[in-house]
Design a protein. Sequence first.
Length: 131
Amino acid sequence: MSSYDDYLKSYKIFEEQTKKKIQKNQALESLQVTQQFKQNEWEKEEMERRLKELQEIKSMKSQANFLDKESERMRFSQSGFPRELENQAYNLRKKAEELQDYNNQQADIRKKSFLDKQREELDKVLKQYED
């Protein structure tokens, strides 16, 4: 009878381990679907944010181009202060570049933060089902 008891004991252990593995796999699959959904939403929001930022920068650059054309026009008509407009255009372009750099840094920070949160969620699920 002892070998039968050993068999039952090992079978129950096997059954328990199998059940745990199935639960772990189901939890991981569920998490994967949830994270994919969250990632899609995040990417959509991020693209909208980046588009808005790029439009703002494009507007600044367009204003700078306009100022350049105005300064050029003033130079030919010899009226006004073209140098002042050139300086404004230069400063506007510089601000646009700085804003673009800042926006890129912020986007990198947001992405890292988002990925860190997803990694934490995964670690929590994996920790629940550690052997």
